[in-house]
Ligand binder design. Sequence first.
Ligand code: ADP
Ligand code: MG
Length: 270
Amino acid sequence: MNSVLKISNLHVNVGETPILKGVTMEVRQGEIHALMGPNGSGKSTLAYALAGHPNYIVTDGSIEIDGVNITEMEANERARLGMFLAFQYPVVIPGVKVADFLRHAVSNIRNPDRKEGEGLMGMREFRKEIRERMNELGMDPEFARRYLNDGFSGGEKKRMEILQLAMLQPRFAILDETDSGLDSDAVRVVSEGLAKLSGPQMGVLIITHHERLLEFNPPQFTHVMLGGRIVETGDAALAHDLHANGYADIRARHPDAAAENAKAEAAAAV
Ligand code: ADP
Ligand code: MG
């Protein structure tokens, strides 16, 4: 059976401020969805709310995986149900190597009831698995011995993201890719890595404006967010059109949402 991530009428506040104002979307395992929209429209807010970030408060609506309501679940519980969010700004964890981090992460997902210090995946089995995944992705095995995110270039951070995806094999992957600060090497790493990893077992929601990412991973669905709502949904052609022509037409077609977006942008600029 294909799993379904179902977002219904989702309203999300950051503090007292309503940001998402009724988002409805369904992502099935095996589908690629692109989420686009101008700055301040609420794309990252949706990603954080899906991942269960505590600062993003759901005030109405729900998030379900296969009919199980996950709206109130902690982030780690959601991860165990197969949700993966590649954070825009990954943290630096001094003294923890890439391989150690992944061995713990994989053990947590596969053995949810394990207590800290117990039930860690066997070293030999883990090494074999990570070597295979890195080999498939064309990664240098030396990368697994690096300290996590410590001095990583943009491209290396993306390699880490893709390697996590390969090891965790989530049912739903949400990738929030900033437009600024991603060099062409980083964009290539994500584009090619995702193209290798996605398939019938993975539902993907890509937040991006990068033409290249969507070229390598053509979305079946493109959603456009404006003023905290999804105002239009189309196919890959819509993504190409937005990339080529920007959001002026979208704003003109949805003046109320455009006005709310302008307010949010002005508030953010203060
Ligand atoms: P996008 O990712 O589409 O650029 P965001 O989801 O980051 O949009 O932001 C949507 C709106 O929510 C903006 O007005 C932004 O200022 C506000 N916002 C998002 N996160 C926070 C936060 N942590 N604190 C205050 N305001 C926030
Ligand atoms: Mg964002």
